[in-house]
Design a protein around this ligand. Structure first.
Ligand code: HOZ
Length: 435
């Protein structure tokens, strides 16, 4: 007999393609039906059947304070009673813009939009408009939203579904996109040598989080900065995932590198649809109404969403927030490594700030090729073994994991006990198969 979650999924599939409004949620990569969330609180989710899960997806990054944080909920309620959307400026938008500009030294100005995809597609148009050039360098396995010209060797959902290049994207849309291997500075140098002054920008996830988490090699981002400056191209850090997540000023703050332009999202909306792009004043002033690069949106800077973002940024600005978050994520990553080692399973884990990587491979991957060479069947079995025991990791081997400030030591210890028995189940299954 079908469970309630299965029934809800079957029903959803009748009116929504694949039953979901974003593909990775469908569990297609891990098998089975997704659970339907009824509510969330702190580190927990409850599904429609009343099962509770410790959540390491965290809405794919925004839930840095855990679910339904009281200050965020209050801010949203207070904003909602004043009106949901005006399509006219509100002061709260300026406050959020100021909060971003104050914290990120590379941002002279920002524009608020509704999603990370809008931010990245707008920033590419801006880079092209400002430089008068057409070519864009991106990196294999990086995901910059689902705009046509960026769906080339893309990570996240396209990679999870085995379609890193999407159907429906005309060749002409990607003709000017150069996809290079992540962490390969030599390939970047060659590309600049070949295409020289045609390259408008280099866009990079400065810590990749959409082919699992992959750190930049020492000198890689510095090399990108140097190449862009030498050739008059703009360097864009896509910090939709990493901004406020790996530290208070993103990867650029951790490594002290100043990109020309930055995209932000996820945390800055506190769980509501807010994203932003920003950077050098001379570049940002090319956007309409000041300049010729057009960009707009009815729900951009939506007052209710902005209220959630502002409340979230206030809480994470409290002293010691990111140190605590990072310690919790490290506890998880080190503990998972120890659990796997205790049964001799080839596994590695890593953490930066509140972001974690779980790799079903003996070493931490450094690029798309290594990230996609992991043991997918083992990942799937581990995922389901954890889920059955009430721990929800991302249903894809190609997504980062996220810890919130509410994932305290007790929650992490409980997770590790679950992971230990999941690894034991994996090892038992393996030795049974070997018999
Ligand atoms: N592509 C998103 C993660 N990197 C998933 C978004 C979602 O399903 O909500």
């Amino acid at each position: 007999m079908a469970t309630l979650n299965e029934e809800l999924f079957t029903r959803a599939c009748r009116s929504i393609p694949g039953g979901v409004n974003s593909p990775v949620r469908s569990f297609q990569a891990v098998g089975g039906a997704p659970f339907f969330v009824q509510r969330g609180d702190g580190p927990f989710l409850w599904d429609a059947e009343g099962n509770r899960y410790i959540d390491y997806v965290g809405s794919w990054g925004p839930a840095i304070l855990g679910h339904a944080h009281p200050r965020v909920v209050q801010a949203v309620q207070e904003a909602a009673v004043r009106g949901m959307s005006f399509g006219a400026p509100t002061q709260a938008e300026t406050l959020l813009a100021e909060a971003l500009v104050e914290r990120f030294p590379s941002l002279d100005q920002v524009r608020l939009v509704g999603s990370g995809t809008e931010a990245t597609m707008s920033v590419i148009r801006l880079a092209r408009g400002f430089t008068g050039r057409t070519k864009v360098i991106k990196f294999e396995g990086c995901y910059h939203g689902h705009a046509d010209d960026l769906l080339v060797k893309a990570g996240s959902g396209p990679l999870t579904l085995g379609q890193p290049d999407s159907a429906g994207v005309p060749a002409a849309s990607t003709a000017n996109t150069l996809a290079l291997p992540y962490n390969d500075l030599e390939a970047v140098r060659q590309s600049f040598a070949q295409h020289g002054r045609q390259i408008a920008c280099v866009i990079v996830e400065p810590i990749a989080g959409n082919m699992n988490m992959v750190r930049p090699a020492p000198g890689f981002l510095e090399g990108l900065r140097q190449q862009c400056s030498a050739h008059g191209s703009l360097l864009i850090f896509d910090e939709v995932m990493t901004g406020f997540r790996v530290g208070p000023t993103g990867v650029q703050g951790l490594l002290d590198i100043r990109p020309d332009l930055t995209t932000l999202g996820k945390v800055i909306g506190g769980g509501m649809p807010v994203a932003a792009f920003g950077g050098r004043r001379d570049v940002m002033e090319c956007i309409a109404p000041l300049g010729p690069v057009y960009q707009a949106g009815t729900l951009s800077g939506n007052p209710v969403a902005v209220a959630a973002g502002l409340a979230t940024l206030e809480v994470i600005a409290e002293p010691g927030f990111h140190d605590r978050l990072a310690a919790q994520a490290r506890h998880l990553a080190e503990g998972l490594g120890a659990c796997a080692a205790s049964v001799g399973w080839p596994f590695a884990a890593d953490a930066v700030g509140g972001m974690v990587g779980l790799y079903f491979s003996p070493a931490i991957p450094r690029n798309y090729r290594e990230a996609t060479s992991v043991d997918l069947p083992a990942f799937r079995r581990f995922f389901h073994a954890c889920l059955r025991r009430g721990v929800y990791f991302a249903p894809s081997a190609f997504e980062a994991g996220f810890v919130s400030i509410t994932h305290d030591d007790e929650i992490i210890e409980h997770t590790l006990a679950v992971a230990e028995s999941a690894f034991r189940e994996l090892a038992g299954h393996h030795s049974l198969r070997a018999v």
